[in-house]
Design a binder for this molecule. Structure first.
Ligand SMILES: *Cc1c(COP(=O)(O)O)cnc(C)c1O
Length: 250
């Protein structure tokens, strides 16, 4: 770990934080209502150690195994809060229950039931966000929510999940298509916020406050549209090593 890298990461983090403050203020939001999650997927341990030295304490990983290897290899102690932001296969559910404080990417009733079962066995509650696909891409995980006319279709799934005693639904997450122009992502972020409003009218006894949306290329727009957690990888840590299949076992 070089001190240069620590300084670089700290400077990038501060720049991103300033952009969050500006975007929040532009629309009359309190910047303190937006958390910056640093996405560490595929980043090697030395980069993560530099991030820790730079004062970063909220980290998001996409693959449970990769995350747990890192958690165990690094002397992070309790300094870091770990979120799971990637698609979770049912057979990895226990790892998520035991090693993360928030799952952003809950995308099926099947996974929800598995998580709930492991929570019950361990005496834990797991905070979760429901992942929606508001962009219509078939390659993306999450319930299809592109057209408002389709919003009733997933309500039975939502109700099944709300009924699980050990999962604590706190809001929604989305990953829109990639656009070169961040403005093109705006309707997708807006749709997720509208979906949260729709669900909060429908199920007012539950908490729909958290909106996890916005990545390196578009997070100021996401904040303007109501993001409470932005997920930033490359703009904080630099380019990720390519996926080789060997970096970590998935
Ligand atoms: C990789 C990833 C990010 C971060 O993307 P960047 O463009 O590096 O900011 C955010 N969210 C999810 C779900 C990701 O997989």
């Amino acid at each position: 770990m070089t001190t240069d890298l620590v300084a670089t990461i700290r400077a990038r983090y501060e720049v991103a934080q300033e952009k969050i403050v500006k975007a929040a203020q532009k629309v009359g939001r309190d910047p303190a209502d937006v958390r910056l999650l640093t996405v560490t997927k595929r980043q090697p341990l030395d980069v993560m150690q530099a991030a820790l030295a730079a004062g970063i304490t909220l980290m998001g990983e996409n693959y449970p195994e990769e995350a747990v290897v890192k958690q165990q290899s690094l002397a992070f102690g309790t300094a870091v809060e770990w979120h799971m932001i990637g698609h979770v296969q049912s057979r990895k559910a226990r790892m998520v229950v035991e090693n993360f404080t928030l799952l952003h990417s809950l995308d099926s009733v099947k996974l929800a039931r598995r998580l709930d079962g492991f929570c019950a066995a361990a005496g834990l509650r797991l905070p979760v966000l429901l992942q929606f696909n508001v962009g219509g891409e078939t390659s993306k995980f999450g319930w299809q929510a592109t057209e408002k006319a389709d919003w009733d279709a997933f309500l039975p799934d939502v109700e099944d999940i709300l009924a699980l005693e050990n999962l604590d639904v706190q809001g929604l997450m989305t990953m829109p298509p990639f656009f070169d122009n961040a403005e093109l992502a705006r309707p997708h972020f807006r749709r997720l916020r509208q979906l949260a409003e729709f669900l909060s009218l429908r199920y007012p006894a539950y908490n729909w406050n958290q909106l996890s949306m916005g990545t390196s290329g578009d997070f100021p727009v996401a904040v303007e549209e109501g993001a409470t957690i932005v997920r930033l990888g490359t703009t904080i840590l630099g380019a990720r090593p390519k996926e080789t299949g060997e970096n970590y076992a998935h």
